[in-house]
Design a protein around this ligand. Structure first.
Ligand code: NAP
Length: 239
C-alpha cells in the first residue's frame, strides 16, 4: 500500500498581518504553509514562528509594492499560490467630512497600495495559477461616519471585478467583504461601537471563513453574521 501524499505547503502572502484579522489568518495558516507577512512596523514580536516578515508602509503605495516584491525574490519562491491583501485603515468622520490627510491616507493604504501590489504580484501569482484575495468590507455599500473608508472599499470591489475578468485563466481574483470583526481597528479609527461590539465576529472565526472563501475562489463573498451561521454547520474547507 502506498503512503498517503502529504498536503502541499503553499506559498502565501498576507499584508497587514501584525494585528487583527491578518494576524489571526497568519496564526491559522502558519503550521501548514509558507508565509510572507507584511506590516508597517519595523518588526513584530508576536508573529508565528517560521514565517518571513517585511515592513511595507502602504501610505507609500509604490514603495510598499517594491518592498514586497523584493522580499518575495529574497525568499526564493518561484511562484505565489495566494496573496491576501488585507492591510487596511480608516477614520471616523463625525460630520461626514474627513480631513484631507485622512482621506489621502485611507485611499493610499486601502486602494492605491492594493493596486500597486496587485500589479507587482501578478507574475508570481500567474506562475502558480494562484489566487489574489482583496479584503473589502460590508462598508463598500456605504457606511455612515466612514465616507472615505466606504469609498475605498467600494473601489476595491470594482477593482476585483475588473481584474477577475482581465486575468481569468491566469490568476483567480476575488474580493471578500467582512462584516464587523472584534479587532483594534475600531479604536484605531476613533470609533466606539458601544454595545454593538458584543455581536462582532472574533478574528479567529473570520480567519476560518476567509480560508474557506480563498479555497473556493468565489467573488464577491460577504462574510458576516449569516455566513458565520452557515460556516458553523458546513464541513471545514482548507487551503
Ligand atoms: N474589523 C472590522 O470590523 C472589519 C470589517 C470589515 C473589513 N475589515 C477589513 O479587514 C482588514 C483588516 O482589518 P482589521 O480589523 O484586522 O484591522 P487591524 O486590527 O487594525 O489590522 C490592520 C492591519 O493593517 C495594517 N496597516 C494599517 N495601516 C497600514 C499601513 N499604512 N501600511 C501597512 N500596513 C498597515 C495594520 O498595521 P498596524 O498593526 O501597524 O496598525 C494591521 O496589521 C482591513 O482591510 C479592514 O478594512 C475589518
Amino acid at each position: 500500500m502506498s503512503a498517503a501524499t502529504p498536503p502541499v505547503r503553499k506559498c502565501i502572502l498576507i499584508t497587514g498581518a501584525t494585528d487583527g484579522i491578518g494576524l489571526a489568518l497568519a496564526n491559522r495558516l502558519a503550521p501548514r504553509h509558507h508565509l510572507l507577512l507584511t506590516g508597517r512596523r519595523g518588526t513584530h514580536p508576536a508573529l508565528p514562528q517560521g514565517t518571513h516578515y517585511v515592513s511595507a508602509d502602504q501610505a507609500d503605495p509604490t514603495g510598499a509594492a517594491r518592498a514586497v516584491t523584493n522580499a518575495l525574490e529574497q525568499t526564493g519562491w518561484a511562484a505565489l499560490d495566494l496573496a491576501v491583501l488585507n492591510a487596511g485603515t480608516g477614520f471616523e468622520a463625525s460630520d461626514g467630512l474627513d480631513a484631507a490627510d485622512r482621506i489621502r491616507q485611507t485611499l493610499d493604504v486601502n486602494l492605491s497600495a492594493t493596486i500597486a501590489l496587485a500589479h507587482g504580484l501578478f507574475p508570481c501569482l500567474a506562475a502558480a495559477n494562484g489566487t489574489l484575495t482583496l479584503v473589502g468590507s460590508v462598508a463598500h455599500k456605504g457606511a455612515a461616519r466612514f465616507p472615505a473608508y466606504a469609498a475605498s472599499k467600494a473601489a476595491l470591489h470594482g477593482l476585483a471585478r475588473a481584474l477577475r475578468s482581465e486575468w481569468r485563466g491566469r490568476v483567480t481574483v476575488q474580493v471578500i467583504h467582512p462584516g464587523p470583526v472584534a479587532t483594534a481597528m475600531h479604536a484605531k479609527a476613533g470609533h466606539d461601537p458601544g454595545r454593538l461590539s458584543r455581536l462582532f465576529i472574533a478574528p479567529d472565526a473570520m480567519a476560518a471563513m476567509m480560508e474557506r472563501a480563498a479555497a473556493t475562489g468565489g467573488s464577491p463573498v460577504t462574510l458576516s453574521f449569516a455566513a458565520r451561521a452557515l460556516h458553523a454547520i458546513l464541513p471545514e474547507k482548507r487551503l
